[in-house]
Design a protein around this ligand. Structure first.
Ligand code: LCS
Length: 396
């Protein structure tokens, strides 16, 4: 569809990955090949020299992967996408493409645990410094900037406390200091938030979550705004080699066809679950950006089109209560990850954010009693009945 960029996102989800395959296939086929043949030596040389368009080798480009990359770029209103083998591969490729020894990064303290440790571990070994800040506090963000700050990295809402950061204001601050802004948009998907339209320079996603939506693929993507960035990032991705497979690209592109409808249901159900929890007498605190009790509630309503499908909360019984709940639910599955059609429940302090260590968790407000539910698309009545049953077992 030639004018796909002008269509509504609901339409883009369904049609953006259609390739115009010579066979007439309605769905982009899986080009399950590592390499592509050349007509003759001059053709191969012309492809390598960039004088002719075509495919060479799947680590460099592949039609099935390109169809997915184009789909996410369209949905994010970006220039082009670069699909990666995981969300972490997308984040690492972004760091490797934008930073060099001696640079400094300001990063939200509320990010997925391994993003935090990628900065404090691997990147610091290569001489890249980072400062973790509460990125919902604009003064703290500006204060953390140094003369060598090249990047402000935010995840909003942040995993797992759902702290919300102001993308537009942070982009203005960053650009005023010659730094660029990367937003991890995993928790929102492009349906609920389009950071590039708010001034951010780069978007990353773990496509393992909402974009794929079916808990059967690990994948990531980077979306850039300019041709210059695209070329630089592509070169680094090609060298590092953290690419996605054609088969996984096919699955994610298939998942995206239903993204808009899944997100609509997940937002509605998450709100109902959060409201149930907020009114329950065994619950101490609910973290949900759509509620007036959330500290960045007004910003969330302005910046996001919906709350997303994740609800975090603390029980009055602290960690002991949380453990009883997680061991007692029968429909919610005790597992990490989020964004799939099935509801998952997990314990950030001992699971997704264990790697950060106790001190970094304390700074990021991730208490030992915090429980995270990633709401799926089951009947919300069944979900609430399951959580109610689990809470019945908790003694406070
Ligand atoms: N960014 C965010 C916001 C994430 O939540 C995750 C994974 C990643 C990046 C990394 O993506 P991956 O390499 O796994 O595709 N988050 C997980 C979570 O909260 N539970 O399990 C994985």
């Amino acid at each position: 569809m030639d004018d796909i960029r002008k269509r509504h996102q609901d339409t883009q989800c369904v049609h953006a990955s259609t390739l115009h395959d010579p066979s007439g296939a309605v769905v982009t086929p899986i080009y399950q090949t590592s390499t592509f043949s050349f007509r003759d030596v001059d053709h191969g040389a012309a492809l390598f020299a960039g004088k002719e368009k075509g495919y060479i080798y799947t680590r460099m480009a592949n039609p099935t992967i390109e169809a997915l990359e184009e789909t996410v770029a369209v949905l994010e209103k970006g220039y082009r996408g670069l699909a990666c083998g995981s969300g972490m591969a997308a984040i690492h490729t972004t760091f490797a493409s934008m930073l060099r020894t001696g640079d400094h990064v300001v990063c939200s303290d509320s990010v997925y645990g391994p993003t935090n440790t990628l900065l404090s571990g691997v990147m610091s070994r290569f001489g890249i410094e980072s400062t973790m800040v509460d990125s919902s506090d604009l003064k703290a963000v500006e204060h953390a900037i140094k003369p060598n700050t090249k990047m402000i990295y935010i995840e909003t809402p942040g995993n797992p406390t759902l702290v919300v950061s102001d993308i537009e204001a942070i982009s203005e601050i960053a650009h005023g200091h010659g730094a660029r802004v990367v937003v991890d948009n995993t928790f929102m998907s492009p349906i609920l938030q389009q950071p590039l339209t708010l001034g951010a320079d780069i978007v990353v996603h773990s496509m393992t979550k909402y974009l794929n939506g079916h808990a059967d693929v690990v994948a990531g993507v980077i979306v850039v705004k300019t041709e210059e960035d695209y070329k630089a990032f592509r070169q680094i991705l090609n060298q590092i080699g953290g690419v996605i497979t054609p088969f996984n690209s096919f699955l994610v592109a298939r998942g995206i066809k239903t993204l808009a409808v899944r997100i609509e249901r997940q937002c509605r159900s998450a709100e109902a679950v959060a409201r149930f929890l907020e009114n329950h007498d065994k619950i101490q605190e609910v973290y949900f950006p759509w509620f007036p009790s959330h500290p960045q509630h007004e910003l969330a309503r302005r910046q996001m089109k919906g709350p997303g499908g994740v609800v975090s909360f603390e029980l009055k019984g602290g960690m002991k209560g949380g453990k009883t709940l997680m061991n007692s639910v029968r429909l919610c599955t005790l597992a990490v990850s989020l964004g799939g059609v099935e509801t998952l429940i997990e314990h950030p302090a001992s699971m997704t954010h264990a790697v950060m260590g106790a001190e970094a968790r304390r700074k990021a407000n991730i208490s030992d009693g915090l429980v995270r539910i990633a709401v799926g698309i089951e009947s919300v009545d069944d979900l609430i009945a399951d959580i109610a049953h689990g809470l019945d077992k908790v003694s406070v």
